[in-house]
Design a protein around this ligand. Sequence first.
Ligand code: ADP
Ligand code: MG
Length: 344
Amino acid sequence: MNQHIKSLSPRLANQIAAGEVVERPASVIKELLENSLDAGATRLDIDVEKGGIKRIKVRDNGKGIYREDLPLALARHATSKIYELDDLEAVGTLGFRGEALASISSVARLELTSSRDDSGKGWQVTAEGRDMEAQLQPAAHPRGTSVEVRDLFFNTPARRKFLRTEKTEFGRIDETVKRLALSRFDVAIHLRHNGKGVHNLRAGEARVEKERRVAQVCGPAFMENALHIDMERSGLRLWGWVAQPAFSRSQADLQFFYVNGRAIRDRVVTHAVRQAFADVLYHGRHPAFVLYLELDPASVDVNVHPTKHEVRFRDGRLVHDFLYSALHRALADVRPGDGSDSPA
Ligand code: ADP
Ligand code: MG
C-alpha cells in the first residue's frame, strides 16, 4: 500500500460522513422530517416500504426550494439555515450542518422534488450514490417538497448487513414519528407502511385535540388511565399526562419527555421520575408518561449533535426536585396510605 496523501473523493467523504448521520431508515426519516419542519410545513406525509429499506418518501407543504438551489441542497456543507458564525449562536432550526441530504444521497438513490409556488410546477434533482452531478428536470409538484429515498445502503453492503428485519426497522421509524408527533400538535402527520395507513393525525392545539393525539399515539388505554398535570414553580413548568400505576408497562416504551419542545433522554429526568414512582410501581414495571418541561432556555444547554437527544441543566438539582415533587403530588391521590405529599 502506498503511503502518499490523497484527498478523499466527494463521494467517499460523504459516505464516511453518512456513517454518523445515517444509521438506519429511522435516521433518514428523522432528518427528512426535521427539514420539513424547518421549512415551516404544517402537513407531513410519510410513505414507507419494507421498513424503509426499500423506499422512504416524505412530502411536505413547506416553503419549498428554489430551482437553482436544488443541486446545492444535495451538496455537502451547503445550507440555507446559517450564513455566518454569529447565526450559530441563535440557531432556531433543527438542522444547520448541511450534511443530511448529501450523506443520504451518497448511500441511497435520492429524488428531491420541490416547488415554491402554487403553479403546480416544480423541479426535481436525482442523485444515486455517485459524485454530486445532480440532474435537474421539471416535475409536477404542489407548493412544498418531496424527498424519496430508495434502496438504502445499496452501494455500501457492509452497512446494509447491520439493518435488522423489516419489522424492527419499521418499529424504529414508528417510534421516531411518534416522538415527533407528540412535540408538534400543530402539524398534521400521516404515516403509511406498505400501502397501509398507520397514523392519521390531525393538527390541533386545543386540549381535547392534544388528548386525542396522545390517545392515538399511546393507545386509548393510556389516555383512559392518564392524570393530566400542569404545575409551575420557580420558573419551571411541567405539564402533560402520567398514567396511573395500574397502567404500568413491562417495558419503558411509553415514555416521552420534552424539554422546551425537544425530545430528550436525560439521567436527571429519568432518576426523578423513577423516584416519584418508586412506591407505587412493582419492581420491574415501568411508568408511562408524556411530559413537557418548560424552563428558561438560558438554564439549559441543548447538545447540538445532530442525532443525540441530550441536554445539560444549569441547575440539575432544582430540576430534579421540581420533577420529583410535581409527579409525587400528581400521584398522591392514587398512592396507597395517607395520600399526603411528603417533601422531596
Ligand atoms: P441542513 O438541514 O443542515 O441545512 P440538509 O442536508 O438537511 O442540511 O438540507 C440542505 C438544505 O436543503 C437545507 O438547508 C434547506 O435549504 C434545503 N431543504 C432540505 N429539505 C427541505 C425541505 N423539506 N423543504 C425546504 N428546503 C429543504
Ligand atoms: Mg437537515
